[in-house]
Design a protein around this ligand. Structure first.
Ligand code: ASP
Length: 331
């Protein structure tokens, strides 16, 4: 009797395991949401954004296709976007009110619910790698400022001079924002504000989910402001029991609404699809509070959503058996 029970349990566990692995390996990325209405960019600029999104997706997908983990896949995709001046993360980070670059990032492993995050880093070339090192090589979840940088040094991560993060485009945007603020033309965000945070979520062959987000934050941020990107549950969340989320948008709203966790909680507790949960949180809860932005969401079954209440969101997906798909505007 005991033997039969054992065999039954074994068969059920194999079937259960196979079900997870049957979900198509998938990676979904974003490069920020915002006022990207058609006409904002030239055709060449659109092509450059799409080419970089495609490169990041293909690299991340190749990791999954080679049997790599969801964590390695999202790190590869995010690093590619951090190294590009096109996005507000790593090389293309926006400037603070003092004319500096302060970087935030976080990562979460859906299999273990381990997480790592950093905020206010100024010399780490790839903040997502530092967030991962915090997760894997420390007893803690989040390091800030100088401490985060000391830890980066101890981990042998690449540090760069602060000037590495300077790009003329972001500097000019900073100058314009400063002028508008001085002239008190803008009490809130400019109407054409573009969030450029990058993020990725992935599902690997073992059925494990992971999520990561990296950003320079928001132009003219001051007093050590911390946005949602490094806050687990706000800008990033992953749990194999529900879903993986990376967010972009007005961080203060995303923190107040614990957006990433709320989406996964709706999937886990209310049995919603990832699309329905994302729709409720972005188009109702966030919208009603007056916030804007978007999310990418990936479920353990490979179901995904890319949802935003702004004019556009740089985004893309590559799923097993399907070709790469990237987009900027609503349709
Ligand atoms: N969410 C980021 C922040 O508030 C900004 C962005 O999405 O670009 O720091």
């Amino acid at each position: 009797m005991c033997k039969i029970f054992y065999i039954l349990t074994l068969v059920m566990s194999i079937v259960g395991g196979a079900a997870a692995q049957d979900s198509p390996i998938t990676i979904v990325i974003h490069g920020g949401a915002g006022a990207m209405a058609p006409g904002r960019y030239t055709q060449e600029q659109e092509a450059a954004f799409k080419a970089k999104l495609t490169e990041a997706l293909e690299l991340g997908y190749s990791v999954l296709d080679g049997g790599g983990t969801a964590l390695d896949a999202i790190q590869a995709a995010i690093t590619t976007m951090e190294d590009s001046p096109l996005f507000n993360a790593g090389k293309g980070a926006v400037f603070t009110a003092e004319g500096k670059n302060e970087l935030d990032a976080s990562i979460m492993d859906g299999a273990t619910k381990n997480a790592g995050a950093i905020t206010g880093a100024t010399r780490v070339k790839n903040p997502i790698k530092l967030a991962r090192a915090v997760m894997e090589n420390s007893k803690h979840v989040m390091f800030a400022g100088a401490g985060a940088e000391s830890f980066a040094k101890s981990q042998g991560l690449e540090l760069v001079p602060r000037s590495y993060f300077h790009t003329d485009e972001r500097w000019n945007a900073y100058k314009r924002a400063l002028k508008a603020e001085e002239a008190e033309k803008e009490s809130a965000l400019p109407h054409d504000y573009k969030y450029g945070t990058v993020g990725a979520v992935a599902l690997d062959r073992n059925g494990n989910l992971a999520a990561g987000t990296s950003t320079g934050g928001m132009t003219l941020k001051r007093f050590g402001r911390v946005g949602d990107a490094p806050i687990i549950g706000a800008g990033t969340f992953a749990d194999n029991a529900s879903c993986a989320v990376s967010a972009t948008g007005h961080g203060e709203y995303f923190i107040r609404l614990t957006i990433a966790r709320d989406i996964c909680a709706q999937v886990e507790y209310a049995g919603k699809t990832v699309a329905d949960a994302a729709n409720d949180v972005i188009h109702h809860r966030l919208q009603d509070l007056g916030g804007d932005g978007g999310v990418i969401v990936l479920g353990a079954d490979g179901d995904y959503a890319m949802t935003f209440n702004t004019a556009g969101m740089f985004r893309g997906v590559k799923r097993e058996g399907e070709s790469v798909s990237v987009a900027i505007y609503e349709n």
